[in-house]
Design a protein around this ligand. Structure first.
Ligand SMILES: Cc1cc2nc3c(=O)[nH]c(=O)nc-3n(C[C@H](O)[C@H](O)[C@H](O)COP(=O)(O)OP(=O)(O)OC[C@H]3O[C@@H](n4cnc5c(N)ncnc54)[C@H](O)[C@@H]3O)c2cc1C
Length: 447
């Protein structure tokens, strides 16, 4: 790894010789660095992260812990890729940003000056000042340091409680289960992840959790974490007064944009670092993208906060184009188009994909749901005006990404989609075909 050259501040630059610093080497920062190198072969690019020397795949953390993957196999590129691309990697924490002076102060001492800066600092796990949250054995799951901590915390532990009903909580449960520790998920809502999933899908996930032998307490909220007398967690107590023994307490109640470095600056923030559709912040020559960024929307539309892997990659590539554009050239800067929403996850053995617009909890939207009577399989088609298909939730089945996206972008109607469902089935050779019953059942459910 090459150390970046630490330089003194500069004030004027020719466009050919700019130094771009990328803060954060997650999918956003790494995608931006690669794209920027394609666009600007001559610029100096430095990417900093306190977490890891090389960019790696955060969603693969679970597989590293369980032993299904080695850490080195989760790296986004071979180590030799970065020097070949002349992208300098710095392993350090930035502790202060002086935006007007275009300077970062680093934890190990020294300063790094830039002409253009990308903030790609990701998210941080939420904490809600729960009594006992600083005891040993209490932790979140976000990065490599958490894996090491979890490994240590597992020593001698028998039970765990995981607070929060989202995707990371269920991964943490699976990780602990793989070490013979019994986890119980504590979920405030009446069904798992029901602020996102409609009730039917949430119940299916609940059944998958039961079947895996993982505990699930619905409509339960954490009141406090109890000290075992040695400064380590020994149990938790819920707001209803229930006590659950737990030597490990996982805090996975969502994430929020990491604003640590911008807190003391004039850069405008709301939930995230506010950016325009070219992902520019309110400060000159500073951009933000990925989990930490909040994209301003016009009129009544809510600002956009996207905190998933593929949007990090999309935003990373786009922000590189925005940084590379000569801002003096009118109309040169690109604008971010979020396109159709897509996400996929695995709840234990249950696969889940969502495309387009299926509203949170299914609220305020007409939709049709089909579910296999005995197997864990379901499909929801959400509708917009005039029977146009607005989105899909696919659970326990695998449907073709490109076909679902095409139907949505072509604005296909319900009848067309039901007539052609078989085209989207990913495994027609190996899976029994459910499309005819699915189509009949959905048509029958219409008034
Ligand atoms: C356990 C887990 C599983 C996930 N699984 C999925 C999944 O299956 N599918 C999916 O779509 N999404 C998943 N996500 C979400 C996805 O990983 C994130 O949306 C994505 O990683 C965000 O990328 P990013 O580059 O914006 O930020 P990050 O990946 O968070 O990278 C930011 C980097 O910046 C560094 N940094 C921050 N501040 C500083 C500083 N001051 N100095 C130096 N370095 C700094 C951080 O250490 C970090 O390495 C998962 C997240 C977690 C935590």
């Amino acid at each position: 790894m090459r150390r970046a050259q630490l330089r003194s501040p500069r004030t004027t630059h020719a466009i050919q010789t700019l130094h771009v610093v990328i803060l954060g080497n997650g999918i956003t920062g790494a995608s931006a660095a690669v794209r920027l190198r394609e666009l600007r072969p001559d610029w100096q690019i430095t990417m900093i992260s306190g977490e890891s020397a090389h960019p790696y795949s955060r969603p693969a953390l679970m597989y590293v812990f369980i032993g299904h993957m080695r850490y080195q196999d989760t790296k986004l590129q071979e180590d030799s890729f970065w020097p070949k691309q002349r992208i300098d990697l710095v392993r350090d924490w930035a502790v202060e940003l002086d935006a007007p002076a275009k300077r970062l102060r680093l934890h190990r001492g020294g300063e790094l000056t830039f002409d253009r800066l990308l903030l790609a600092t990701g998210s941080k796990p939420n904490r809600f000042d729960w009594p006992g949250q600083d005891l040993r054995g209490v932790q979140g799951l976000y990065g490599l340091m958490d894996l090491k901590l979890l490994h240590d915390n597992c020593e001698g532990a028998r039970q765990a409680v995981i607070v929060g009903g989202g995707l990371i909580g269920i991964e943490l449960a699976e990780m602990l289960h793989s070490r013979g520790i019994h986890p119980t998920l504590l979920v405030r809502e009446p069904a798992y992840w029901s602020n996102v999933l409609p009730e039917d899908e949430a119940r299916m996930v609940g059944r998958a959790i039961d079947a895996a032998g993982i505990g699930l307490r619905l409509e339960s909220e954490l009141a406090e974490i109890v000290d075992d007398g040695t400064g380590r967690a020994g149990a938790i107590v819920t707001k209803a007064g229930e006590r659950l023994e737990a030597q490990i307490v996982g805090l996975t109640a969502g994430v929020s944009p990491n604003l640590d470095l911008v807190g003391d600056t004039q850069i405008e923030c709301e939930r995230g670092v506010l950016v325009d559709d070219g992902l520019r912040t309110s400060a000159e020559d500073i951009w933000a993208a990925g989990d930490c960024a909040e994209i301003r929307r016009e009129g009544d539309e809510r600002n956009l906060l996207q905190q998933v892997w593929y949007t990090g990659r999309l935003q990373g590539r786009l922000v590189a184009e925005s940084i590379a554009a000569d801002s003096r050239a009118a109309g040169a800067a690109p604008s971010y188009d979020p396109g159709l929403w897509y996400n996929s996850a695995k709840f234990l053995d249950l696969e889940y994909q969502t495309y387009g617009e299926v509203r949170p909890g299914g609220r305020g939207q007409e939709s049709l749901w089909w579910q296999h009577e005995s197997r864990q399989m379901g499909m929801r088609i959400a509708l917009a005006e005039g029977d146009r298909v607005a989105g899909f939730n696919v659970v326990g089945l695998r449907y073709r990404h490109e076909v679902c996206r095409r139907w949505l972008s072509e604005g296909r109607g319900l009848d067309y989609v039901l007539d052609h469902l078989g085209e989207a089935n990913f495994d027609p050779e190996f899976e029994p075909r459910f499309e005819p019953t699915m189509a009949t059942s959905m048509r029958g459910a219409r008034p």
